[in-house]
Ligand binder design. Structure first.
Ligand SMILES: C[S@@+](CC[C@H](N)C(=O)[O-])C[C@H]1O[C@@H](n2cnc3c(N)ncnc32)[C@H](O)[C@@H]1O
Length: 272
């Protein structure tokens, strides 16, 4: 098991999402969107796009930031798009929804703001992708990206260990996560193309109810999915049991019984 090289496809971590499971922690998962957009230099926005909109939580914040803009929300997952359409009916009616792959996306007209919150970590070849996204911007506009930076956290290292050591190890021999890069990679990549590049890393500490079971529920909505998708139902139960035990050891409860889950995230705001 390894991280894929820069140009490798992320196909072998392809998976389907559960919008309901993902949304169990919607408040916690949406906070980085606000922090990210808060760092975007203010300017009039006519066209904005949310890449990897998920259930529409990030789109809703984008729309609050630029209420007069024509906003497009794009995602490739049918369950997420369905949930986002539900939100569109209820509170973001003006949003244009698109089912498509970010990897092949180009904007139909120059964008004044492109948001990608917690989505580009699933898309390969950032050395090509980020400059391509910057080229979709109008002058003075920003690309705002947040990606989880937690692959070395116990919640992730345990996934890799359990995958390698269980009776299912052969099913993970070719398993590769898309590559992750540090702050310098994004700065060096984008500063020749942009007037200003801001990069920073923040660790959130999310209090989760239900102790280690809360950690399992959190990652059932994201990082566990490519692992479980390779297993039969009875293997999934065993995998989850081993993961719960690992999480009980890694994240002891706080005084109120909740688990404080550290979650490092990397932010990039690149302004043309
Ligand atoms: C972790 S969710 C983030 C949802 C939302 N943006 C938020 O802020 O919570 C990641 C989303 O990215 C979408 N995604 C992942 N890879 C994608 C791709 N190549 N093209 C389009 N959407 C993708 C997934 O379907 C999922 O809905």
């Amino acid at each position: 098991m390894a991280y894929a090289g820069g140009h490798r496809s992320s196909e072998n971590v392809a998976m389907s999402w559960s919008a309901t499971q993902y949304s169990l922690f919607e408040d916690e998962r949406t906070r980085p969107v606000r922090d990210l957009l808060g760092a975007v230099p203010p300017r009039p926005v006519r066209h904005a796009t949310d890449l990897g909109c998920g259930p529409g939580n990030s789109t809703e914040v984008l729309l609050q930031r630029c209420p007069d803009a024509q906003v497009t929300a794009l995602d490739s997952d049918p369950d997420m798009i369905e949930k986002a359409r539900e939100r569109k009916r209820l509170c973001i009616p003006r949003v244009h929804m698109v089912t498509a792959d970010i990897a092949g996306w180009s904007a139909p007209e120059p964008q004044d703001l492109i948001l990608a919150n917690a989505s580009l970590q699933w898309v390969p070849d950032h050395g090509r992708l980020y400059p391509h996204l910057v080229r979709q911007l109008s002058e003075g506009a920003s690309l705002a990206v947040q990606t989880p930076d937690n692959l070395e956290e116990p919640a992730h290292t345990a996934l890799r260990e359990i995958a390698c050591r269980g009776p299912w190890a052969a099913k993970f021999e070719d398993f590769q996560l898309p590559p992750r890069h540090g702050t310098a990679f994004y700065y060096d990549l984008l500063s020749p193309l942009c007037a200003r590049v801001e990069v920073w890393r923040t660790t959130y500490h999310h209090p989760l109810a239900d102790g280690a079971e809360g950690v399992v529920q959190w990652f059932k909505g994201s990082a566990l999915r490519p692992y479980l998708s390779r297993l039969q139902p009875h293997e999934q139960d065993d995998f989850l049991q081993m993961y719960l035990q690992a999480m009980q050891g890694a994240y002891p409860p706080a005084s109120d019984g909740k688990v404080l889950l550290p979650f490092p995230r990397l932010f990039v705001v690149a302004t043309r």
